[in-house]
Design a protein around this ligand. Sequence first.
Ligand SMILES: Nc1ncnc2c1ncn2[C@@H]1O[C@H](COP(=O)(O)OP(=O)(O)OP(=O)(O)O)[C@@H](O)[C@H]1O
Length: 291
Amino acid sequence: MSVRVPLIELKQASKLYGGQRVLDEVSMSIEQGTATALIGRNGSGKSTLLSILAGLIHTSSGRLIRQPNVIIGYAPEMFPGLKVTPEQYLRSMGRISGLAAGELEHRIQELLAGFYLEQFRHEIMMNFSKGMLQKINLIQALLVSPALLLLDEPLSGLDLPAIDQLIALLRELQKEGTAIIFSAHEPQMVEALADQVLVLQAGKMIRNIKGTENLWVKPTTYIYCTGLSSSEQMELTDRPGFISLNIIMDADRGEGVGLTVQPEATDDFLRQVLGAGGSIVSVEPQGESGI
Ligand SMILES: Nc1ncnc2c1ncn2[C@@H]1O[C@H](COP(=O)(O)OP(=O)(O)OP(=O)(O)O)[C@@H](O)[C@H]1O
């Protein structure tokens, strides 16, 4: 019987910046030929997670396990307008990745044409629009025919024909065995591609949904409070309805706590915070979806 070995895995990976825990014990497993969507609100940790998978930053704790010699293509969230032409840039990226000259020229031609950028091939990228830069960003990630493709908000700035083109291309790659992990705020991309959806909330992976039918996740409540000691904070994490807790350093208010809880437990947590001598700064219902 054949055993499916994951291409890449994270086991209880956490990332801290200063004292702030931006990823909290995240575990995930990615197999060949799968498409995984990372969804979650701004600042929930999607880019951080993708950078860790790309090997660009290290976890503070936990493990990253990758099969040997996996070729990774990575399109980060931001792509700068460089003082070179697409052709010059893509040629140097291809050479760095070790592509043979003939193959590299063929890929550049194919991808520039595929993203309707051929006529800009010899223009300096400095004045390119956001969407044009995003296309170059995607092309550099696709140049090497990656086994694992990491895309951070790939639709950002793209027009409708480019979106359709990208989704079709990614479907093809997936069929050929490429594993794709992408962050997205657009349901369109998630529904078109994903066979696994991971929902991040304040650095925690709160849902792992197979398929997209159950994409709509339950609402939660976010409580921002101050004035609790470390032991009082820890007590909150043991209460029923607790989902996650973040420490927030605020220049005006000092140290605070961001609590995410199930809506039905909101009153109980508010009573607990006030009873322990803490103050409530705000209480916010969180939406129905992580997108
Ligand atoms: N280099 C860094 N130094 C300090 N904090 C950082 C750094 N990078 C990210 N963070 C913090 O980590 C948290 C998660 O950020 P991240 O960019 O991973 O979120 P995201 O889910 O990708 O957000 P968005 O949807 O807005 O792109 C944020 O609070 C952010 O401020």
